[in-house]
Design a protein around this ligand. Structure first.
Ligand SMILES: CSC[C@H]1O[C@H](OP(=O)(O)O)[C@H](O)[C@@H]1O
Length: 362
């Protein structure tokens, strides 16, 4: 995507062909800072501390983490150790394991002398594949927005949760790819942006993206969506996912399930955008089987913002001594999902639906 006319991806090879450049997303929306990852440990820290986040981008960063690891120790044992360390960074997004499995599948059969070049090659391909998949799902999702516009002949209001835009992927995004494609095609639309407590990725990342692209949007408190749906102010919801099961259960940022319940109660279509590496074919029941990351309570009790002098500071929003808990994700059962928007088209949130688009899987 473009930032003020300059094309950007969220991750790219440094000029020396060794380091890996990323945007430090913990500094957005007020500061644009890039970091060069120079070791496997750098890549692991970038994922764990959420300098990069979003399921596909986590996978892409882990892939390059394996390339950096191969430079450090290209033996089987070295690569397997790197796999374990990178895999341990965050538990929920399946793209992490998918990418690491992809890298080992390419590297282990090769002689050690060939592994570094092959690792950088596969990591770059994973990035290109993600961008292409998201662009394709964007077209399929844009058709849904266009159909709403043809039927209603007015601005279409889309509600989204957290950040599932290009900052969550290598490029284009998942939930926001249809928004960008429809907007660029001239469809009048507006986006309700859930701020998405506690890390506020909606307020700080989705709003930042839409601002850069010129897409009309309004930032709302997470608890506002149901009211908007009751009053006919939401035409469809499109969210992302960190892991979707073979039966169509959708794991996504905490609060997604509540949005889906409100959508069901108000007959608002609820779609999920995902490239196929986000499908976990090994899991049937998302509520029972998907590990939900629990992050630091400090993310709940403190918040970052820009003060009157433009200085970014952290402030405490709870009393000293008040405990807090910070579950990162929840699972929306397939019965609440209208459809899954993938690079191969839109399908029902079901095993039959997914197998129809991906007959070679499952
Ligand atoms: C396209 S994946 C987007 C997905 O990832 C986010 O989680 P996090 O920022 O913690 O990595 C959120 O669940 C988004 O919907």
């Amino acid at each position: 995507m473009k930032i003020n006319g300059t094309a950007f991806r969220t991750i790219w090879l440094a000029k020396d062909g060794i380091g890996v450049e990323i945007i430090d997303q913990t500094r957005l929306p007020h500061e644009f800072v890039t970091i060069t990852l120079r070791s496997m440990a750098d890549a692991a820290l970038a994922i764990k501390d959420m300098w990069v986040r979003g399921a596909p981008l986590i996978g892409a960063t882990a892939a390059y983490g394996m390339a950096l690891a191969a430079r450090e120790d290209a033996t089987d044992a070295g690569l397997k150790r790197a796999y374990q360390l990178l895999h341990a960074t965050r538990p929920t997004a399946i793209n992490l394991k998918w990418a690491l499995d992809e890298m080992l599948a390419v590297l282990l059969p090769l002689p050690e002398t060939a592994r570094v070049a092959a690792a950088y090659g596969r990591a770059a391909a994973i990035c290109d594949e993600d961008s292409a998949q998201n662009a394709a799902l964007g077209e399929h999702g844009a058709a849904l927005i266009k159909a709403q516009h043809q039927a209603k002949q007015r601005t279409i209001n889309v509600l989204t949760h957290c950040n599932a835009g290009w900052l969550a992927t290598v490029d284009w995004g998942t939930a926001l790819a249809p928004v960008y494609k429809a907007f660029d095609a001239g469809i009048p639309l507006h986006v309700w942006v859930d701020e998405t407590r506690p890390r506020n990725q909606g307020a700080s990342l989705t709003a930042r993206e839409l601002n850069w692209h010129g897409v009309p949007h309004t930032v709302i408190a997470d608890n506002t969506g149901g009211h908007l749906m009751q009053h006919g102010m939401v035409d469809l919801c499109i969210v992302g996912t960190d892991r979707t099961t073979r039966n169509g259960d959708v794991c996504n940022k905490i609060g997604t399930y509540l949005k889906a319940l409100a959508a069901k109660d108000n007959n608002v279509p609820f779609y999920v955008g995902l490239p196929s590496p986000t499908i976990d074919w090994t899991v049937a029941d998302g509520v029972k089987e998907i590990p939900i990351e629990e992050r630091s309570a400090r993310e709940q009790t403190h918040i970052f913002g820009k003060d009157a002098d433009g200085k970014v500071t952290e402030v405490q929003v709870t009393p000293d001594g008040s405990p807090a808990v910070n579950y990162g994700f929840d699972v929306t059962p397939a019965r609440l999902v209208t459809g899954l928007i993938t690079e191969r088209g839109v399908c029902a949130a079901s095993y039959k639906g997914l197998r129809g688009l991906f007959p070679e899987r499952g």
